[in-house]
Design a binder for this molecule. Structure first.
Ligand code: NAX
Length: 328
């Protein structure tokens, strides 16, 4: 079996520290698929990358055939089959959203170009580094020889967070919760959809008969869960983010369970919900397991959802305007 090349950027960071070991263990492509890991970070983190490489070697994962570390995306992305774009600058003190967008945007210009040049033609790219939807738009724009549908922005952690909240409230198991959609941006304006979510095959609202809880507790809780984790842990979500990144990438390589869907930031061109057509917008999606995520049609959008979706769409359009100079 051919070895699959998996790239993780931000290889010396905290999400990578969980993600890499799980990929090497077979949690992405299964227990029979050999993998090689290609880690990218900034030149000043090369020694830290070496430490991660040593630890990966010391785990003696049978599926891990090769490790390559470096700081040149053109080399690290060579022949990549699956790419996790995790590395990005954190928001510094006094930094405005606009500054963060501009700073991180530049990273994704360079990496988009390198992907277009060096990655396998069938590569699938998941953008995790924030602001992930707009970074994804920038990266895809700079890889015009790849399809924009090969790029995805991660909203899976938000979906998983929403699923847990619904399960806990209904005293159900997480496996009994389905059809959880996140609409829009991975930010505080995201829309966790409780209207269409199901628990044991029934609408969540039939089991949880508490409209106020959905609107005033559930919604803000999911939107602000990242900040809640930072408040408690002193660091942002890492293991749960890595887990969600694996869930997200696997979702396009495995057929979606009958009747369910998953949330993913996908290229919005031709979407059936009238959303602006040049965004990476999170929709409920399904896959045949062929590397594609298809937007689910006909999902019911009530007045409450419609209003919230318009807000998150506006924010994404605004973000795109702020990085217009990187999309020329
Ligand atoms: P860390 O600060 O621990 O690691 C980031 C790593 O990226 C560092 O090692 C840094 O040197 C590296 N880096 C910076 N610029 C780079 C470049 N140009 N090329 C390669 N590497 C570069 O952050 P971590 O906690 O791992 O989070 C990484 C990103 O994920 C952040 O942008 C964070 O905001 C984002 N997240 C996104 C989530 C999502 O759901 N989409 C959830 C978790 C997380 O907050």
């Amino acid at each position: 079996m051919n070895t699959k090349r998996v790239v993780v950027t931000g290889g010396a960071g905290q999400i990578a520290y969980s993600l890499l070991f799980r990929i090497a263990n077979g949690d992405l492509f299964g227990p029979h698929q050999p993998v090689s890991l290609h880690l990218l970070d900034l030149p000043e983190f090369e020694t830290a990358l070496k430490g991660v490489e040593m630890e990966l070697n010391d785990c003696v994962f049978p599926l891990l055939k090769e490790i390559h570390i470096g700081s040149d995306p053109n080399r690290v992305f060579e022949g990549a089959d699956a790419v996790f774009l995790v590395g990005a600058k954190p928001r510094g003190p006094g930094m405005e959203r606009k500054d963060l967008l501009g700073e991180n945007g530049k990273i994704f210009v360079e990496q988009g170009k390198a992907l277009g040049k060096a990655a396998a033609r069938s590569v699938r790219v998941l953008v995790v580094g924030n602001p992930c939807n707009t970074n994804c738009l920038i990266a895809a724009h700079h890889a015009p020889n790849l399809s924009p549908h090969q790029f995805f922005a991660m909203t899976r952690l938000d979906q998983n967070r929403a699923k847990f909240q619904l399960a806990e409230k209904a005293h159900a198991s997480v496996a009994e919760v389905s059809h959880v959609a996140i609409w829009g941006n991975h930010s505080n304006t995201q829309v966790p959809d409780f209207h269409n979510a199901k628990i044991r095959g029934k609408r969540a609202s039939e089991l949880i008969r508490d409209a106020d809880w959905f609107e005033q507790v559930f919604l803000p809780k999911v939107q602000k869960r990242g900040a809640e984790v930072i408040g408690a842990r002193g660091k942002s979500s890492a293991a749960s983010a890595a887990n969600a990144a694996l869930d997200a990438m696997r979702s396009v390589f495995e057929p979606t369970a009958a009747g369910d869907w998953f949330s993913m930031g996908v290229y919005s061109k031709g979407n059936p919900y009238g959303i602006d057509e040049r965004l990476y917008f999170s929709f409920p999606c399904r896959s045949k397991g062929d590397g594609h995520a298809e937007i689910v049609h006909g999902v019911e959008i009530d007045a409450f959802l419609k209003e919230k979706i318009a807000i998150t769409e506006r924010e994404l359009i605004e973000e795109r305007e702020l990085v217009a100079h990187l999309l020329g």
